[in-house]
Write a protein that binds this ligand. Structure first.
Ligand SMILES: C[S@@+](CC[C@H](N)C(=O)[O-])C[C@H]1O[C@@H](n2cnc3c(N)ncnc32)[C@H](O)[C@@H]1O
Length: 220
């Protein structure tokens, strides 16, 4: 098991892993493989199930998630990626927003044993609705396939991201405009983010794992 250039993420035989958080030994979240190495348990992080894993494997630079980060996670779904982020930020917190009651039910179940996840049934279009729970955060991660995904991201960044924080948005090109090529959509989103004063740190396409998707990292 080798360390990579991102805290809390490990590599072995071309695959990436996170160390299963304490209290969850032997527990799988999405039937991922568990392996034990030097008395520690690691969970395989599947890039076909998690766009963040895909972006890491495709070399998205300077991801600053660390063991004490506080992260606002928009579009948590049932918690596949949230669970790996929770492994990484073992002394931090993941504020996980999801607007599907069905998905949140599963997210709540998964979060019971993980003390660093706060699941919320809420709409990311209305950041004020979770202002009593979410503080200013180090990182905002968004994976929401909506036409206005850029607007949702910018509103949340302006409301919750600390100065010199980091944001990562997973863009699904076909949700924005089916008449444009994916690359044109990524360019449109980048222009919109820059127009709102955000700096583009990096962008990688992840189509190998998830068609017509790219990850864009920003700082503010
Ligand atoms: C592609 S899935 C997320 C997958 C998840 N990030 C993962 O990697 O495990 C997108 C999720 O965003 C949620 N979503 C869509 N619009 C939303 C909104 N306005 N506010 C919060 N969640 C939303 C959907 O219900 C869906 O579960």
């Amino acid at each position: 098991m080798k360390k990579i250039d991102m805290e809390g993420v490990f590599k072995r035989n071309g695959k990436i892993f996170t160390e299963n958080i304490s209290g969850c030994k032997g527990i799988r979240v999405y039937n991922e493989k568990l392996i034990t190495y030097r008395n520690k348990e690691f969970r395989s992080w599947n890039p076909y199930r998690s766009k963040l894993a895909a972006a890491i494997l495709n070399g998205l630079k300077d991801i600053n998630i660390s063991s004490d980060s506080h992260i606002l996670y928009l579009g948590a779904a049932t918690g596949t990626t949230v669970s790996h982020v929770s492994d990484i930020v073992k002394n931090g917190m993941v504020y996980a927003v999801e607007n599907s009651p069905f998905a949140v039910k599963k997210l709540l179940q998964m979060s019971k044993k993980r003390k660093n996840i706060i699941p919320m049934l809420s709409d990311a279009n209305h950041p004020d609705r979770y202002c009593t729970i979410v503080p200013t955060v180090d990182i905002i991660y968004q994976d929401i396939s909506q036409r206005n995904q850029s607007e949702i991201f910018i509103n949340n960044v302006q409301r919750y991201l600390k100065k010199n924080g980091q944001g990562i948005i997973m863009v699904k090109a076909r949700s924005v405009d089916v008449s444009l090529k994916s690359k044109q959509v990524y360019e449109l989103i980048i222009k919109d983010l820059e127009k709102h004063g955000l700096n583009i740190v990096d962008m990688v396409e992840i189509s190998r794992y998830e068609k017509n998707h790219a990850a864009i990292a920003i700082s503010n």
